[in-house]
Write a protein that binds this ligand. Sequence first.
Ligand code: B16
Ligand code: MG
Length: 212
Amino acid sequence: MNHIRAIIFDLDGVICSTDHYHALAWKVLADRLGIPFDEQVGSKLRGISRMESLEIILGDRRGDFSESEKLAMAEEKNRIYQTYLSAMTPGDLSQEVRMTIHTLRQRGYLLAIGSSSKNTRQLLNQLGLGDFFDAVVDGTQITHGKPNPQVFQLAASKLGVAPEQAVVIEDSKTGVQAAYAGGFSAIGIRSENNDPDSDISIRKLSNLLDIL
Ligand code: B16
Ligand code: MG
């Protein structure tokens, strides 16, 4: 990967474990509605926008609710998610992730965030990473969500690099698809119950230090 100058990190499920908080918050809503929700459904929502996630959870029942009811449900989920988020501190950034991103910076890479989440700014601030990245692109800045490559294209253009010079680090299938659609390389973070379907995959973020 000698041609790589920049690294674009997904946020939830890559920099921190907020993927679990998203799933927990959706489960509260699903339980209230009597809709089955397990880890498999939760994993399908990785990288997917809030409203699209709701449609997936509602499944066959999506026609039972008006648009304003759906908006209220999405807000309800976000309020629950924010109760987890607001309790987060720099201590929630693992030592392993902290060491990895600092080492990659020392190695001279440009570093960006490319996340679907509209809570990105708040989360970065809570983790003490508000000023760390060279560029941050999130769900508030895009019109097309992953698997559309817009989020990563915008990040690359903010960094001043071409897609071929950047690698995207993702935990979701939809994010890996977005990276490939935009002409980026991708490295997926794989776990027992989640395979992002990338050509190159790693088990933990610090494995990047063997590749980059
Ligand atoms: P919000 P990522 C994604 O973040 C999450 O994986 C996904 O579960 C969530 O629905 C989406 O952000 C939108 O988040 O409701 O906070 O705007 O993985 O792209 O960093
Ligand atoms: Mg993610």
